[in-house]
Design a protein around this ligand. Structure first.
Ligand code: T4K
Length: 374
């Protein structure tokens, strides 16, 4: 038994004393928000680190998603995944958009492009795929479908900070990509988020939208919102950026050790998407099959009883929340892969502060009792 509980994630924090000079600057300048110097510096630094042309910082990822849809004036229906955090679909409802859910690919765990075209109608205006756990979607297939049907694509990239494929940052696909910098994410500013876009005009419009729609002191052009990131969060971000590579390296070592420790256990499967050029190791999902000695929920509870707090991201599916079932008449399951995987998943703890001995204990609890491949 461990002396303190382990959580699925724990924020990585830079040394406290390194934050003090930033705070002194804020206290001296007395610019606390509305586009101060740290806000500006963080936007620049992130563009460089992430290799993206334009970024607009936000107070959190959910407001950024809501604003991204607004920025592209999306209405009608939008195709999205049921296997995500509820904020993905909520952002559609906040814009009066109807979410149309499509099943996932069991390998990437993201929207299955083969199932998208059959649900496109005259009402469909966009696709909102999610790079779940930081695994890139099949971006080429999705973008090809979008082009042939004249649809916008907004990627929910809340989990995908720093992820690259063979062409570079995955944040450069689609019309917009949305990041979350929440405390539980690989890169955190306590709360925060961002929209990545590809041209200066769109950035300017997004910046207006996050500031109530003001275009000047005396003119408002849109129903904007208050989505601005403040100077404290931006300062934390600047500091965090100095440690991000180190944090991702630590996550990588944990990922490698889990794969080694769990490799021969009957009924335990690690999520292994095909080669990603630079993953961020943001989550470590395992899938508990019928051939494991316990059910998924029994294993989840057993771990919890031993102080190990995994999370069943994403269970239930968004489509299983009663508010997303209103008005639905279907009795036949439509999201077979998502339903199956949602009932099998446990995300194991992974964060830079996880000690080797803690990880060994997690592996031990999963191995005992379990059948081992010979
Ligand atoms: N799109 C996707 C695909 C997302 O996953 C998310 C958020 C969003 C959009 C929206 O982005 P934001 O608006 O959040 O920026 C957490 C996060 O709150 C949420 O950001 C995240 N996805 C989701 C997957 O996970 P919960 O309800 O599971 O968090 P909570 O509070 O239970 O935290 C999990 C564990 O982390 C705790 O057991 C302990 C540890 N923890 C948490 C916090 C907040 C800490 O050690 N310290 C902390 O400060 O939703």
């Amino acid at each position: 038994m461990l002396d303190k509980p382990i959580y699925v994630t724990q924020p990585s924090l830079p040394p406290l004393e390194e934050l003090i000079p930033y705070l002194e600057q804020i206290w001296k300048n007395k610019v606390l928000t509305n586009g101060g110097q740290f806000h500006e510096q963080l936007e620049e630094a992130l563009c460089e680190y992430l290799s993206v042309p334009f970024i607009s910082l936000f107070s959190n990822g959910t407001i950024a998603l809501i604003t991204a849809l607004k920025a592209l004036a999306i209405q009608g229906d939008v195709i999205t995944t049921p296997y995500s955090f509820v904020a993905t679909a909520h952002s559609l409802l906040w814009n009066g958009i109807i979410p149309v859910f499509v099943d996932i690919d069991p390998v990437t765990l993201n929207l299955d492009p083969n199932k998208i075209e059959s649900v496109i109608t005259d009402r469909t205006k966009a696709i909102l795929p999610v790079h779940v756990y930081g695994t890139p979607c099949d971006v080429d297939a999705i973008d090809a479908i979008a082009k042939s049907h004249n649809l916008k694509v907004i990627y929910d990239a809340a989990h995908a900070f720093g992820v690259c494929d063979q062409n570079g940052s995955i944040l450069n696909y689609g019309d917009l990509s949305v990041l979350s910098f929440h405390a539980t994410k690989v890169f955190n500013t306590f709360e925060g988020g961002a929209i990545v876009c590809q041209d200066a005009k769109t950035k300017q419009y997004i910046d207006q939208l996050k500031n109530f729609g003001f275009t000047s002191e005396t003119s408002v052009v849109q129903t904007g919102i208050n989505g601005k990131m403040n100077e404290f969060n931006a300062a934390v971000g600047l500091l965090q950026l100095q440690y991000i590579d180190e944090h991702i390296e630590k996550r990588k070592a944990i990922d490698v050790a889990y794969r080694e420790g769990l490799k021969d256990i009957v009924g335990i499967r690690c999520h292994t998407p095909s080669q990603v050029k630079s993953p961020n190791y943001s989550y470590f999902p395992i899938f508990v099959g019928d051939d494991y000695t316990l059910t998924r929920d029994e294993l989840y509870e057993k771990l919890k009883a031993n102080g190990i707090n995994g999370r069943r991201y994403f269970y239930p599916l968004i489509t299983e929340f009663p508010m997303y079932q209103q008005g639905k008449k279907e009795t036949i399951a439509k999201y077979l892969e998502a339903e199956l995987l949602s009932k099998q998943v446990i995300c194991l703890p992974i964060h830079p502060n996880l000690a080797k001995v803690e990880q060994e204990q997690i592996v031990f609890e999963i191995r005992t009792p379990a059948t081992i491949f010979k």
